[in-house]
Design a protein around this ligand. Structure first.
Ligand code: ADP
Ligand code: MG
Length: 365
């Protein structure tokens, strides 16, 4: 059996003698120093002079960077550099053209600012922003380039400082960029232009595009510009410009502008024109409402105006009855086969075939 441990009674400890001031009754038994402790300095104050300098420099760079970024956007160019307060629709068009690889189509009322605000801003912005780059411009009528666009550019570069050199159809900037204006008489002139400069940029602009021949459009497409802007007051319902709003629409950022979107066009003048020519006359539809002229004749199931409206606001998909139809053409004319489900055409095939039996075989299979 293990031996029991003996309990030992400890000696009573002597009382502790306190020194210092007597604690106040009811307070914790802690004696605080009477010396004042300095507050820790705020974090910014503990930077050395050099650190402070570099922090200020960083803040300034961040601010400048934001300002630079803002100024570098095309939609801010008119206000910042040529002192023009662009309208909302002008900002939206320029915003779309700001993007590399953009294709922008603009049909707008006469005198809305296509040449003097949209084209002029895009050209100057491109030249300032992209050193050694190229801008190629044309208009349906050469007088437009020579008599309107270039004088406008001349006026604006006068306020843009040193480094600009302008002739009757060329504009050069000190950073090596240039803009050239061409007449559309010679499609050959539109071939062989390439993206240029370290950022590889080529802006092509077609003003009054409704009268520009299709071959010029083809030549321009072949140049593969990094940005392409085609604009016009709308003309007849045919040609490459018309197709950019219809058949080719999905490849373009399309914009339509009416006279009512342009505050500088007086309401009284608009009303007078409508009274003079009639609300539904082709001239008013184009000049005031920015619509293509419905000049394709009477007896159509769907007129151009309705088609345009439908493209702008497509109806809701409503599947249902299935219908197929064929437009059978002989002698090499175009044959069409289409299949519709409810209100959506699911398939449309077109072809040309001189041999009628081959066409019949194609339809059967
Ligand atoms: N944002 C704007 N602010 C003030 N005036 C404008 C604006 N946009 C266009 N304009 C005016 O519209 C007029 C016609 O412009 P212009 O470029 O010749 O039209 P378009 O080429 O569309 O026929 C110009 O003289 C210009 O003063
Ligand atoms: Mg114009």
């Amino acid at each position: 059996m293990a031996a029991k441990k003996k309990l030992v009674v400890l000696k009573q400890q002597p009382k502790i003698k306190r020194t210092g001031p007597k604690p106040k009754e009811g307070k914790f038994d802690v004696v605080l120093s009477t010396k004042k402790v300095k507050k820790a300095p705020a974090p910014s104050l503990i930077l050395s002079p050099n650190e402070r300098k570099s922090r200020a420099a960083l803040e300034r760079i961040a601010k400048d960077h934001d300002a630079l970024e803002e100024a570098s956007l095309l939609e801010n160019f008119p206000q910042t550099f040529i002192d023009v307060g662009a309208y909302d629709w002008q900002c939206r068009v320029l915003q779309d053209l700001n993007e590399k690889e953009s294709r922008v189509a603009l049909k707008a009322a006469n005198g809305s600012g296509k040449t003097s605000v949209i084209a002029a801003s895009a050209i100057l912005w491109h030249m300032v922003r992209f050193p050694e780059s190229l801008v190629v411009t044309t208009a349906g009528v050469w007088r437009q380039v020579e008599g309107q666009l270039w004088p406008t550019l001349r006026k604006y570069v006068g306020g843009l400082g040193q480094g600009w050199r302008i002739t009757s159809s060329e504009l050069h900037y000190a950073n090596g960029s240039r803009a050239i204006g061409f007449s559309t008489n010679d499609p050959g002139k539109f071939e062989g232009w390439h993206r240029q400069g370290p950022t590889e940029n080529l802006l092509m602009i077609v003003d009054e595009a409704k009268t520009v021949p299709n071959e010029i459009f083809t030549a321009i497409t072949r140049c593969q510009p990094s940005r392409l802007l085609v604009m016009s007051s709308p003309g007849s319902s045919a040609g490459a410009f018309y197709e950019s709003f219809t058949k080719q629409r999905k490849f373009w950022d399309c914009h339509t502008v009416t006279a009512y979107d342009c505050p500088h066009l007086e309401k009284g003048w608009i009303a007078e024109q409508i009274e003079m020519y009639g609300e539904n006359s082709p001239l008013i539809r184009s000049m005031i409402y920015g619509e293509f002229m419905d000049d394709s004749g009477e007896g159509l199931v769907l007129n151009l105006k309705n088609l345009e409206e439908c493209l702008q606001n497509p109806p809701e998909l409503n599947m249902g009855m299935r219908v197929a139809f064929i437009d059978f053409a002989a002698g090499g004319d175009e044959c069409v086969f289409a299949y519709r489900n409810g209100n959506k055409v699911m398939e449309m095939v077109t072809w040309r075939e001189r041999n009628t039996n081959t066409t019949i075989g194609k339809i059967i299979t």
